[in-house]
Design a protein around this ligand. Sequence first.
Ligand SMILES: NC(=O)c1ccc[n+]([C@@H]2O[C@H](COP(=O)([O-])OP(=O)(O)OC[C@H]3O[C@@H](n4cnc5c(N)ncnc54)[C@H](OP(=O)(O)O)[C@@H]3O)[C@@H](O)[C@H]2O)c1
Length: 327
Amino acid sequence: MRAVVQDRYGNADALHFADVAVPTPGPGEVLLAVHAAGLNRGTWHLMTGLPYVMRLMGFGLRRPAQRIPGADVAGRIIALGEGVDDFTVGDEVLGIAVGAFAPYAIARADNLVQRPAQLPAEKAAAVAISGITAYQAVHEQGQVTAGQRVLVLGASGGVGAWVTQLAHAAGAHVTGVASAAKADLVLELGADQVLDYATTEPTAGTDRYDVIIDMGGRRPLRKLRRILTKNGTLVIVGGEGGGPIGGGFGRQLLAAALSNVVSQRLTMVMAAEHRDALAPVVAAITEGTITPAVSSVYSLDSVAEAMTDLVGGRVRGAAVLRIGDGS
Ligand SMILES: NC(=O)c1ccc[n+]([C@@H]2O[C@H](COP(=O)([O-])OP(=O)(O)OC[C@H]3O[C@@H](n4cnc5c(N)ncnc54)[C@H](OP(=O)(O)O)[C@@H]3O)[C@@H](O)[C@H]2O)c1
């Protein structure tokens, strides 16, 4: 099969095409005919090998350990590995695969769920990692409830688009922070108001929030704590620009330590990759409470352009690669 591969870390020009063997599913795995694959910041981190600490976590010291990129997936099961008895060949699924930027990819069966019939593959491919992360941020760490004031930093991004919808669906008053060009999207997703981070610094105002969910801007903890209510909750999901070595993860560690000695809850999210975490996201999609905010669909041949657009902030919500016929 002709797949996207990367034999070194780098920018989008590190991605090229090669003929590789169609993989064989091992125990607990399935082989998917890939319809569409999602792009997200995680794919970009794995492409660049940044921050360096990631390389020590098993992703490959000098080059990516996984040669074919891509994790978020929608596809059809075409072969079952040993011990897989909860799917059958022909099932249409979504979830997390290994090497999804290819016509065929392997996935652990317990990282997949059935794709709802009304959800096109190109939208389904944007659900898993960002959706799980957002659900954990809003419901498990943030414990957002009706009537609370919630600040979403990075409301127009891959994770933030879900966070905004989930917080709105929970009945919160949502303030989204994004670029002016994407303010309309954030309002459509359910935010009550939008702040343009280029002209309005959200931590400089007099508004106070019960919950802050942070995906963008990497503001210092002291500034975020200042606009949290006395018993408010800060959920750090991530943020770019934290430096090449640790990626600014020290902010999360400091938050965890401080949380023990202050009245506010300062927490972070590490997205769980499992169908149990995916199930409530897909249930909310099926109920019509939330929907994937996919604005950009690229061909597999345009993968470098797609990655460049993603990191350049030109994607509204999420972007996916169309790979096979799955709509
Ligand atoms: N903890 C986890 O398990 C986990 C899981 C997934 C992702 N992450 C991390 O979470 C972060 C967000 O991921 P993503 O996929 O949502 O990225 P994304 O799609 O690139 O979105 C980034 C968001 O941040 C906004 N932003 C940029 N500068 C900002 C500023 N100064 N103030 C406020 N907002 C600003 C962007 O707004 P505009 O686009 O409108 O400019 C956009 O809404 C990344 O660092 C990613 O690595 C962590």
